[in-house]
Write a protein that binds this ligand. Structure first.
Ligand SMILES: *[C@@H]1O[C@H](CO)[C@@H](O)[C@H](O)[C@H]1NC(C)=O
Ligand SMILES: *[C@@H]1O[C@H](CO)[C@@H](O)[C@H](O)[C@H]1NC(C)=O
Ligand SMILES: *[C@@H]1O[C@H](CO)[C@@H](O)[C@H](O)[C@H]1NC(C)=O
Ligand SMILES: *[C@@H]1O[C@H](CO)[C@@H](O)[C@H](O)[C@H]1NC(C)=O
Ligand SMILES: *[C@@H]1O[C@H](CO)[C@@H](O)[C@H](O)[C@H]1NC(C)=O
Ligand SMILES: *[C@@H]1O[C@H](CO)[C@@H](O)[C@H](O)[C@H]1NC(C)=O
Length: 312
């Protein structure tokens, strides 16, 4: 009965040893490496010239490691194209910075990106990503900088952005976002841009201090833009302006006609004498008479124009 317990002890200690010695950093970095290779074959087989015989990915272009994990992946303007599949960036669970800006990536974002819960900086601007801004982004509570500008994102700006309490940069310009801007309550927000979307309605009070250029290219009102009431009373004003323009141009036309009549009467007076003076007198009597003589005035002017150099 003595050997079995000793054997059991041996087995348990060796298995404990394996369990404590094998799992640390090495397998995680191997998992990161395999995720990077999956990404490479999905979106950038030719453009990512990584030396695959190197056992560690930490020296690959765009890859930065810290404490035995891949913590930064920066591949800007590398001609990456196609969709970002699951089990690529989503498997890089220690990632803090992901920059895939200015590539040709399209389709929706992979939902497992939410597994990279340490993500602080997410730069995806200048691609062709589409669909709504997915809700799983709002579980990335450590996000500080989020740039989704110049993509093809559509749908509304979710109130769930308020979940990203550390957000300092939110760039959403040049997409196809619709609806109104929600009441964002993000005290750390210092960089904000939603210009050139299809947003409508009033700018919420917390964002009224942002510059105009952060909102242009939408149908927004209030804040740095024209006040929402101003735009509605602006419509009334523009109606009044139209009436003013109409009345003004009628008056101007009548004045021109009167001048023409006056000029023609003087000219006619010189050449034809009493007959034209009589017409001129009639013209002074009433406006309808001036109208009747308008055609005559023009022909009168035209016939004189050819012979007379002093027409002004
Ligand atoms: C991604 O992670 C999952 C779950 O850990 C794993 O099953 C899968 O093999 C990984 N994929 C890659 C390409 O590393
Ligand atoms: C790739 O890495 C291996 C192992 O580190 C090295 O021997 C080889 O020279 C490298 N190849 C290139 C092209 O850098
Ligand atoms: C947003 O925050 C609320 C409250 O903290 C939480 O219930 C919800 O699950 C969060 N949503 C996401 C997508 O993380
Ligand atoms: C952008 O999305 C719209 C639908 O939302 C689609 O019709 C259009 O083709 C997309 N454009 C690009 C360049 O992907
Ligand atoms: C917002 O984005 C537009 C378009 O890129 C740019 O012209 C404008 O300067 C930006 N404004 C701010 C405040 O970032
Ligand atoms: C807009 O007009 C309404 C009603 O006239 C008024 O209650 C509101 O305070 C006005 N808002 C602004 C921003 O001027």
């Amino acid at each position: 009965m003595n050997p079995p317990p000793l054997l059991l002890l041996l087995i348990t200690t060796t298995t404990l040893l394996f369990l404590t010695l094998l799992p640390p950093s090495a397998p995680d970095l191997a998992a990161d490496r395999s995720a990077l290779l999956a990404l490479r074959s999905a979106v950038g087989g030719r453009s990512l010239l990584w030396n695959l015989t190197e056992p560690t990915p930490c020296n690959w272009v765009g890859v930065h490691c810290s404490s035995g994990r891949v913590t930064e992946l920066r591949l800007p303007g590398m001609g990456l194209s196609g969709r970002l599949p699951p089990a690529t960036v989503g498997n890089l669970t220690a990632l803090q910075t992901l920059s895939l800006r200015f590539n040709v990536l399209s389709g929706p974002l992979p939902s497992d990106i939410s597994a990279a819960s340490d993500l602080r900086n997410l730069y995806l601007q200048g691609n062709l990503f589409s669909g709504v801004i997915p809700d799983f982004l709002f579980s990335l509570h450590n996000l500080v900088r989020l740039n989704l500008a110049s993509n093809n994102f559509s749908g509304p700006i979710s109130t769930l952005f308020n979940n990203l309490t550390r957000l300092g940069t939110l760039y959403l310009e040049h997409n196809s976002l619709t609806g109104s801007i929600p009441d964002l309550n993000l005290p750390g927000l210092v960089q904000f841009n939603v210009s050139f979307n299809q947003l409508t309605g009033p700018i919420p009070s917390k964002l009224t201090g942002e510059p105009r250029s952060a909102f242009t290219g939408n149908s927004l009102c209030g804040g740095p833009l024209q006040s929402c009431n101003g735009s509605s009373s602006g419509k009334k004003l523009s109606g009044g302006a139209i009436a003013g323009i109409v009345i003004g141009s009628v008056v101007a036309l009548l004045l021109i006609v009167a001048c023409l009549v006056f000029i023609c009467r003087k000219r006619g007076g010189k050449k034809e004498g009493p007959k034209d003076v009589a017409i001129g007198k009639q013209a002074e009597l009433s406006i309808p008479v001036i109208h009747l003589h308008f055609a005559y005035d023009i022909s009168c002017n035209l016939c004189h124009q050819s012979g007379d150099a002093s027409i002004s």
